[in-house]
Design a protein around this ligand. Sequence first.
Ligand SMILES: [Mn+2]
Length: 302
Amino acid sequence: MRTMIFGAGTDLGVHIDGASLGPVQLMNDLKAFYQGESMMFEQDKEIIKSRNLSDRRKNEYEVEKFNSNLYKNIVEKIKEEYFPIMIGGDHSAAIASALASAKANVDVGIIWIDAHTDYNTFDTTVTGNIHGLPLAAINGYKNTADLRTYHDGKIIQASKTVIIGARSMDDAEKDNVRYSGVTVFTTQDVKEKGIEAVMDEAFQIAGYKTKGIHISYDLDVIDPEIAPGVSIPEFDGISEEEAMQINEYLVKHMKDILSFDLVEFNPLRDIDRKTEQIALNILAQIIKAVENKKKFEQKTYY
Ligand SMILES: [Mn+2]
């Protein structure tokens, strides 16, 4: 299949700057071997970001405007039979990419690979950073509707949602996760059960009676000693080897995958380009696997 890379140059969803610079940098690096198409989206330079600690809806209008444009373009390109790869930007952009996949592909599951569960609502958020809400918004959970006004309401079901690598949750967010019914594999679960077993289970759940799976990969799932270039690092993450095993699994199961995000690369926080190299590795492998993906290949029956 042909790939369309969507660069989502936004850091409106987090009070720390830099994630908006990720996609341009990675696209430049990719030029050496990616001759395919891309569309770059940038946040409005005039925006003065809200960093007010008491603002529980930081840059809500701006995030919504950015995502609405991104969403429309991804839906269109999926209909033109492109495979969308969204490079973030902070994770708020995944509301657009995941819901676009749900809109264009009708019935999808989702695997959220992330140190955080991103399952806050406007009622429970402690920071007001919208990159802590996207998965709840994608699942249509409670007070998140304002984050998908451009979308027709076809959310991704929590029963077909799997989080992998979580190790940081706010207290109220924990309750949200519990009530929602999503499946969570913590970093500890990954270490104990092994990548293969966790991924097998995740694909069963997210792939069950769906047309395929949206993968949303947040680089902060990896230990910050190895991948420091993210906005909100969490210690005790997965190793580089485990990250590559996850990627190998994804490559092997590309026929079940409909769309892919790689988010939260923050060049301003990176050290010795470590995170950049890992991000490039992941992208290069995924792009190659998409090239080899046949359009009408039968999805695995889960
Ligand atoms: Mn995230």
